[in-house]
Design a protein around this ligand. Structure first.
Ligand code: SAM
Length: 373
């Protein structure tokens, strides 16, 4: 494989000034940013480490033995994460997705799941708690995660053919182990699952049809994701993006006829299609060819507690310094945290995907494994 690798500029310490909090504000759940977008989802990276080296995400040449992953003391602990989640919920967050890196590498993750599963929204609804995983440890962990209160899992799987999958994950990991994870999650009551496949033209687009065929009729929903210019290390080029329209066209012609269906809720990123014969559904996520910034209601919390407002950001807000205090500053109470997060969100105006070009793709951006995919 001839992937172009770009040297990594470490942006993890680049931060934006926290807004001044003069008057504490109550969380009202009606927070809006400058483009009138509410805050509804929080993605939390629980570890920046991964046991895969997917060429489009954590290329081996950069994330090698010398790469400095965060030391344990830098990570938010579970109590800090749960506290922040409660503050975010007061601002309207209803969904939390645990991600990474590979979230199942975080020790005792089920304890965090248990803590978050107990939280309820202001209207008394349980938090919608989900996890995104590469599936490698799912066969072992699905049952304990379900028992801890996890309700939804998304598994990433880029191919059914072992040779193609191994070229993508670059650690010789076999497809059958991920499939065993999917089965275990289904038996543990976590199904039907979403299966995410990143499509990179020339690398795994030959796997679109086999993936659609394999999961058709299973109840699981395969979602085909356009290869994105996240981070600065994956050597992204526009000509490696296969537009979602071409994916749908291929499945419609080679697997079975499809028809478009409505989104489940406003702001859902996947466009939904169902087989006309009732044998299931597929989705496409077209961040490149059909940007959905207008409907973006997400914030991202990095492994060490930096808040990012966009997947393509180059800087974040250091919430950990508020949680733990810093030299000369006492730790913040919940009211200050709430007002600060409110102030940050109100100033949000990013819409990177709508402005993307080959030129913006070369701008330095934080890595997806750190910010949370
Ligand atoms: N390790 C977990 C996993 O594999 O699902 C969670 C983290 S991973 C960064 C989250 C998702 O981001 C995966 O589905 C992965 O394929 C996707 N992803 C990573 N880099 C991407 C890129 N450049 N374009 C599109 N999707 C990407």
């Amino acid at each position: 494989m001839t992937d172009r690798i770009i040297q990594l500029l470490d942006l993890r310490t680049a931060r934006l000034a926290l807004p001044r909090v003069d008057t504490p504000e109550p969380g009202v759940g009606e927070l809006r940013d400058r483009l009138n977008r509410p805050l509804r989802d929080l993605r939390i990276s629980v570890t920046d480490r991964c046991n895969f080296r997917c060429t489009y995400c954590m290329p081996k040449e950069i994330f090698d033995r010398d790469y400095r992953f965060l030391p344990h003391r830098e990570l938010l602990n579970f109590e800090e994460i749960a506290r922040l989640v409660q503050v975010f919920m007061a601002h309207g967050v209803e969904k939390v997705r645990l991600t990474g890196g590979e979230p199942l590498l975080r020790k005792d993750l089920e304890r965090l799941v248990e803590m978050l599963a107990r939280l309820t929204t202001s209207t008394g609804q349980p938090l919608d708690l989900a996890l995104t995983t590469n599936g490698s440890l799912l066969a072992r962990k699905a049952r304990t995660l379900a028992d801890a209160g996890l309700r939804r899992v998304t598994v990433s799987l880029d191919a059914l053919d072992d040779a193609v999958f191994k070229r993508m994950n670059d650690v010789d990991f076999e497809v059958r182990e991920v499939l065993a994870g999917i089965d275990a999650a289904t038996s543990a009551g976590l199904g039907p699952l979403k299966i995410n496949m990143v499509v990179k033209r020339g690398a795994n687009d030959g796997e679109i049809v086999p993936m659609a065929r394999h999961f058709r009729g299973s109840g699981h929903i395969v979602r085909f994701i356009e290869f994105m210019d996240v981070g600065s290390s994956n050597g992204w080029r526009m000509n490696e993006v296969l537009p979602s329209a071409a994916v749908i066209d291929r499945i419609d012609r080679e697997v079975a006829p499809l028809e478009a269906i409505d989104r489940n809720y406003p702001g859902e990123v996947a466009e939904r299609w169902r087989y006309r014969d009732g044998s299931g559904e597929v989705g496409v996520i077209s961040s490149v060819t059909q940007a959905f910034c207008q409907g973006c209601t997400r914030a991202r919390l990095s492994t060490e507690g930096m808040l990012y407002l966009c997947l393509f950001a180059d800087r974040g807000y250091d919430l950990r310094s508020l949680l733990r205090g810093s030299p000369g500053e006492a730790p913040a109470d919940d009211a200050v945290l709430q007002s600060t997060i409110g102030g940050i969100w109100r100033e949000r105006g990013d819409r990177y995907s709508e402005l993307r070009s080959e030129a913006t793709a070369n701008r330095p951006k934080v890595e997806m494994s750190y910010i949370g995919g």
